[in-house]
Design a protein. Structure first.
Length: 367
């Protein structure tokens, strides 16, 4: 009888456990169905998008085909979109739902003003909430949970014209100080948030602020390096041979030109590379215009299905470990033996503090 009682108790416990699991499953499924139904009634989604040109049609079509919700897209650079959101919120307007930008731009220019919502409370799908499928074994938020890093790739420090530069000629940042590169370097402007500021700030983290500053001074003055804020122009001019070297290029533009057969190539340097989301960060407006459509979009986009689309359209690897980097250039995929500096929120904070230093150097060189 004692054995039977124990068996009965154990069976009851198992049944209760199974019921509990079933209830949990039914709960998220019911919540998801309710949210999708409410989103379809809203019928719209407003996306503020900084991404390669091919992302917009791919993203909007896939989302509308799956849920019947139309997306209205505002495009621009990260600072432009941030300024627009800040302007709208200052005027009491709440038109944005989600914004795709660089993590540092989202956090510094929008999140710091209180205009972003925490993302975790709107995650419904178990496959999105599962930390094991994400890089580092955790959901890739910033500390405040406002910016979600969905891209993770090796940031290319240098792109060069293969007709003008031999392979392995440039192996270190210090090589660009050699006389043969005078007037042949076009860098992305380090005085604004973006690839240029990221690149020189990495050197500041690696070498110290003063040495990085001296390096930038040398490139701009002694080497007479050009400066641009136009990512497409930078890679385009490298491909055309107007400049032999593009320093701190935009990875999406590099990928596009490489796949088009332009005479350019990436070189990784002995100082290592930054593991970065580039502009692959997702933020949700503090008061989204279409809250249910926003929740549906965020869950779908961070799912395996959505991230497979992201890999294909962004042409960069996802931070989801169960999404293979199919078709991605090997130069962007983090290799097991590659020296990598993982871009952190603390690094981004320092980057913001250092930008006035870089700005002063750039402005002095342009006088």
């Amino acid at each position: 009888m004692i054995g039977l009682r124990k068996a009965t108790v154990l069976l009851a416990a198992l049944v209760l456990g199974l019921v509990g699991l079933g209830d949990a499953g039914a709960q998220w499924e019911a919540q998801w169905e309710k949210t999708v139904a409410a989103a379809k009634k809203e019928g719209e989604l407003s996306i503020y998008l900084n991404a390669p040109a091919q992302v917009r049609p791919a993203l909007t079509k896939a989302f509308e085909d799956k849920f019947g919700i139309r997306s209205y897209v505002v495009t621009g650079t990260g600072p432009e979109l941030s300024a627009r959101i800040v302007s709208e919120y200052t005027a009491g307007l709440h038109q944005a739902d989600v914004s795709f930008q660089g993590c540092s731009t989202l956090i510094a220019l929008i999140g710091s003003r209180g205009y972003l919502s925490p993302i975790a409370p709107m995650l419904i799908l178990p496959e999105v909430r599962d930390s094991k499928v994400w890089f580092g074994g955790k959901l890739n938020y910033d500390k405040a949970g406002l910016a979600f890093r969905f891209i993770n790739h090796s940031l290319p420090p240098v792109v060069y014209n293969t007709d003008l530069v031999k392979q392995n000629t440039i192996q270190s940042y210090l090589d660009l100080q050699k006389p043969e590169w005078k007037k042949k370097i076009l860098m992305h402007d380090p005085s604004v948030l973006g690839a240029g500021a990221n690149g020189i700030s990495y050197l500041a983290a690696l070498w110290g602020l003063n040495k990085a500053k001296d390096y930038l001074v040398y490139l701009l003055n002694a080497q007479e390096a050009g400066v641009t804020r136009n990512y497409q122009q930078q890679v385009d001019w490298a491909g055309q041979g107007k400049y032999a070297v593009g320093l701190w290029p935009n990875p999406g533009q590099v990928a596009r030109y490489l796949k088009a057969g332009a005479p350019i190539a990436i070189t990784h340097l002995i100082e290592g590379a930054v593991a970065s989301p580039a502009f692959g960060c997702l933020g949700v407006a503090a008061k989204p215009a279409h809250p249910n459509a926003t929740a549906v979009f965020v869950n779908w986009f961070l799912s395996r299905e959505g991230q497979t689309l992201a890999v294909k359209s962004y042409q960069l690897p996802s931070a989801r470990l169960d999404v293979p980097p199919a078709g991605i250039l090997k130069e962007f995929v983090i290799a097991a033996d590659q020296k990598i500096f993982v871009e952190s929120e603390d690094f981004n904070a320092n980057q913001g503090k250092w930008i006035p230093e870089w700005k002063a150097v750039v402005e002095s060189a342009q006088k």
